[in-house]
Each structure stands twice: as structure tokens, then as C-alpha cells.
Design a protein around this ligand. Structure first.
Ligand SMILES: NC(=O)c1ccc[n+]([C@@H]2O[C@H](COP(=O)([O-])OP(=O)(O)OC[C@H]3O[C@@H](n4cnc5c(N)ncnc54)[C@H](O)[C@@H]3O)[C@@H](O)[C@H]2O)c1
Length: 130
């Protein structure tokens, strides 16, 4: 079973249909990973659908592409809320609702968190050296 999560429910449903078209099982949920309560609620709902999780692709993200200084405060906040905190909420609530399998079996692909933490670290180190 593949559980598709997205803030864009139609896109998640489309992906689920594609999985079913090639013989797999899938379902779709709306979830805004930047909202801690929403992630908690949807992780709880997923627990009623699938007993354990093998792989989490934890890579919902946005990437406004402008020169560094032209990013608005709102864009920066949204990037942090989705790309960084969103990854943390997903990890947290799957850990909460699937403690045993999460700890011992679940694999998580979480590229945005790593990418953005590295970017933050580089910025932090650069600030320290100024
Ligand atoms: N594709 C690349 O070459 C590349 C390279 C480096 C980093 N990244 C980063 O990796 C991440 C994923 O990349 P991608 O190419 O799959 O991007 P994508 O835009 O194809 O997919 C991201 C998905 O996240 C969803 N999303 C956005 N905000 C959300 C939210 N608040 N809650 C739930 N879902 C939300 C979007 O609707 C979209 O379906 C992004 O953060 C991107 O910046 C991508």
C-alpha cells in the first residue's frame, strides 16, 4: 500500500490512481506538513489504514528561486515551516504512532531536511566568521 500525502489533494489522488493503474494499492490524503496538528491528525488516520510503514519519503518542499537577498520574509518563513519543520513533524508523528516499526524497520528518505540543515549550518558558520 502506498499512502500519498500532499497539500495538493488532487495531485496525491492522481499519484494514487497511477499506482493502482499498474496493479498496486494506494490511497491519498490531504496534509499540510507545515501544520503540526495536521500532521498528527493524518498520521493517526494513516495508522488506521496501514499497520506498519516500510519507507517514508519525507520530502514535501518548496524552493522559491530568487537571488538570496530578494527572498521575502514570508518566503523564508514558509521554507522553514515546510522544508525544515515539516520534515520534523512527519518524523515525530510517525515515530509516535509507529514506535516499534519506526525504530527498527522504517527507512526514511528526507533530503530536504538534510539539504536545508546544511544550508543553515553554512549560513551560521559564515555569520560566525564575519
Ligand atoms: N528536484 C530537484 O532537483 C531538487 C533538488 C534539490 C532539492 N530539491 C528539494 O527537494 C524537495 C522535493 O523536490 P521535488 O522535485 O520532489 O519537488 P516537487 O515540487 O515536485 O514536489 C514537492 C511536493 O511537495 C508538496 N508540498 C509543498 N508544500 C507542502 C506542504 N506544506 N505540505 C505537504 N506537501 C507540500 C507539493 O505540492 C509537491 O507535490 C523540495 O524541497 C525541493 O526544493 C529538489
Amino acid at each position: 500500500m502506498i499512502v500519498c500525502w500532499d497539500i495538493n489533494l488532487e495531485a496525491a489522488q492522481e499519484t494514487a490512481k497511477e499506482v493502482e493503474a499498474i496493479g498496486g494499492k494506494a490511497c491519498a490524503f490531504h496534509c499540510d506538513v507545515s501544520q503540526q496538528k495536521d500532521v498528527e491528525l493524518k498520521a493517526k488516520q494513516v495508522k488506521n489504514v496501514v499497520p506498519h510503514i516500510d519507507i517514508i519519503i519525507n520530502n514535501a518542499g518548496i524552493m522559491p528561486c530568487h537571488p538570496f537577498l530578494s527572498h521575502s520574509i514570508q518566503e523564508i518563513d514558509r521554507c522553514i515551516d515546510i522544508n525544515v519543520k515539516g520534515c520534523i513533524w512527519v518524523k515525530k508523528y510517525f515515530y509516535v504512532f509507529y514506535p516499534i516499526t519506526f525504530y527498527f524497520k522504517t527507512k526514511m528518505v528526507s533530503n530536504t531536511f538534510c539539504v536545508h540543515i546544511s544550508v543553515l549550518l553554512v549560513v551560521f558558520v559564515k555569520c560566525l566568521s564575519m
